[in-house]
Design a protein around this ligand. Structure first.
Ligand code: F6R
Length: 605
């Protein structure tokens, strides 16, 4: 999704800005741009192609400057054309980049037209540029503070003005923005990752903050306009760019990294001890009587899976809700409920807003399960568990999902132990299973050649059904999501028992039905569902545990999984579905790591 980089220095800053954009590229964008200040005012280059094209333009045009801002745009208002690409100018005096959505832009645009401002783009961003310009009286910091007070919606912005050649002003509300501190130079970015190589000292701006970067310092005002001191954090973990190695795509690499990612995630777990979730977790866990899980997309499906573990192992009532729905409905808060937000990025706008909404309703206990330790979600919650999946570049989430599942299983087992429902022997057994999981995953990954053979068939289909039962139903949902995201094949998932209540009408020879078949208590029921599909000429593609006795037959294609893995089985069963989606997408020739219309970190509503 959109990315911001800004810098004030005494050296030509263009390469820092371009490198910053390159580091944010994996998040998805459809245009990009950069602007620097020189004696005449801001000059810019913009492209509706990749950052590499922008870099070429910058080189050819000899764009140079010591103060600049840059942007990758993921279109919301207005098509991805050059006029809508950022930086957006106001009267050739001011340049601005913006992440987020301004909800009251139409009213502001009318007001600004009344003042004689001409609108060139279709963006909501242009109103911010003109608004700040209209309020500018020689102090950009003051003009930005006055302007943001009139904005409704979510934004992170970076602005420069020709009359202040060594100043970049930033502001944030509902969209992340960090300041990077250098020696005699300072930076701004929507993600600290963009500034790797330039600094390791960061200030994570808070909601409502406005900041002014100059050569020798940074000043920050809070929402009330009061001078604010913010903690400076040392973040060294942003190293170099992630390499693809022998893999064709980052998604494939990340699928194969899952054994390693899970090893890292469980490294901190010698026992199911509340302290893994942060200081004071023991007290919080003793206080609560239920869980409310809030998340989006794949992270939501990990929450749905966890509900089965939390209710069966820990016997704790668990509600799982899509964050974008929860934040806007009237719910009945329970202050004794632990609110758990699950997010790979920790910056997803809907999940963050749902968290704040829950806190506003009086939920005082909150826990983030997240892959980014410095993210807004981790900073905003009382407790946290970091998944240690490592950076996930592919837009379609894979290793983040399986490590979330490991985190959530750990949570369920910890709560079960605290509630007297897990004895020492069971604890030792679950810990052993967790430690064996990476090896078990490796044997599932070894099924890749068989899955590639299936993917050829799938690549010629336009629709697919996914079936699962019990805690493997969310795995079927995740399999369908993966397939549609990257191969653009329409896919839907159902709990297998629902088939005859409607979706069976869709089953014909042309409809592949992917079935997740673990050897659990629901196996016999699932076998009946399989027969229902076969009887209608449907083509079944079944991932069956070794001991299920489901074998190849007419209309029945089986890939044999290892032996049933008990409660942790969903973590194994999702992997062949990831591989099926991946290889089907490859066979269709789609842009696997950057599927159309999607972005890695959804920082707008
Ligand atoms: C799907 C996918 C998305 C994300 C969702 C939430 O492959 O990646 O559905 O899971 O956008 O993102 P996070 O986990 O960053 O909150």
């Amino acid at each position: 999704m959109c990315g911001i980089v800004g810098a004030v220095a005494q050296r030509n800053i263009v390469s820092v800005l371009i490198e910053g954009l390159r580091r944010l590229e994996y998040r998805g964008y459809d245009s990009c741009g950069v602007a620097v200040l020189d004696a005449r005012g801001p000059t810019r280059a913009r492209s509706v192609e990749r950052v590499a094209d922008l870099e070429g333009q910058v080189r050819d045009g000899n764009l140079e400057g010591v103060t600049g801002i840059a942007h990758t745009r993921w279109a919301t208002h207005g098509a991805p054309v050059t006029d809508n690409a950022h930086p957006i100018f106001s009267r050739d005096a001011l340049a601005l980049v913006h992440n987020g959505i301004i909800e009251n832009y139409e009213g502001l645009r009318e007001m600004l037209r009344g003042k004689g401002y001409e609108f060139i783009s279709q963006t909501d961003t242009e109103v911010i540029a003109h608004l700040i310009h209209s309020l500018y009286r020689g102090d950009l910091f003051a003009a930005v503070r006055a302007a943001v007070a009139q904005l409704h919606g979510a934004y992170a912005i970076a602005v420069l003005h020709k009359d202040q050649p060594h100043t970049v002003v930033g502001a944030r509300q509902g969209s992340p923005l960090v300041v990077g501190l250098g020696e005699g130079e300072n930076f701004l970015a929507s993600d600290a990752l963009a500034l790797a190589g330039s600094t390791e000292r960061f200030i994570f701006l808070e909601e409502g903050d406005v900041c002014e970067l100059s050569l020798d310092g940074v000043r920050i005002a809070d929402r009330q306009g009061e001078a604010a001191q913010r903690e400076v954090r040392q973040v060294a973990a942003y190293g170099g760019a992630v390499e693809l190695g022998p893999y064709r795509h980052f998604m494939q690499k990340e699928i194969f990294e899952q054994p390693r990612a899970i090893t890292d995630t469980i490294a901190q777990t010698d026992a199911f001890d509340a302290s893994i979730f942060g200081e004071g977790a023991g007290q919080v866990f003793a206080d609560i009587d239920s869980l409310l899980i809030l998340a989006c997309g794949t992270s939501y499906y990990s929450g749905l899976t966890a509900k089965y573990w939390l209710e069966s192992l820990a016997r704790i009532p668990t509600q799982v809700e899509i964050a974008s729905e929860y934040r806007y409905r009237e719910s009945v808060p329970n202050p004794k409920s632990l609110v758990v937000v699950i997010s790979q990025s920790g910056e997803t706008a809907d999940t963050l807003a749902a968290l704040k909404h829950a806190q506003g309703l009086g939920h005082k206990h909150t826990l983030a399960i997240c892959n980014v330790g410095t993210s807004a979600m981790v900073r905003q919650t009382e407790l946290s568990f970091l998944t240690h999946a490592g950076r996930e570049i592919g837009v379609a989430s894979t290793k983040a999902f399986t490590t979330q599942l490991v985190a959530l299983f750990t949570l369920a087992a910890t709560l079960a132990k605290l509630r007297g429902r897990l004895n020492d022997e069971q604890e030792a057994d679950y810990l052993k299973q967790l430690r064996h999981l990476p090896a078990a995953l490796n044997s599932v990954l070894a099924l890749e050649p068989q899955i590639i053979a299936w993917s050829e068939e799938f690549s010629r289909k336009e629709h697919a059904l996914f079936l699962g039962r019990g805690m493997h139903y969310p795995i079927a949902l995740e399999g369908a999501l993966k397939l549609k995201e990257i191969s653009y094949i329409h896919a839907e998932a159902y709990p297998a028992g629902e088939l005859k209540h409607g979706p069976l009408a869709l089953v014909t020879e042309a409809m592949p039905v992917v079935t997740v078949a673990p050897n659990d208590a629901l196996l016999e029921k699932l076998k009946s569902n399989i027969q229902e599909v076969r009887a209608r000429g449907g083509q079944l593609y079944v991932f069956a545990d070794a001991d299920t006795k489901i074998v190849n037959g007419e209309g029945l294609h089986v890939i044999r999984m290892p032996e049933h893995y008990g409660l942790l089985s969903p973590i194994l069963h999702v992997v062949p579905l990831q591989l099926l989606a991946y290889h089907t997408a490859c066979a269709r020739g789609t842009d696997v790591d950057k599927p159309r219309n999607l972005a890695k970190s959804v920082t707008v509503e």
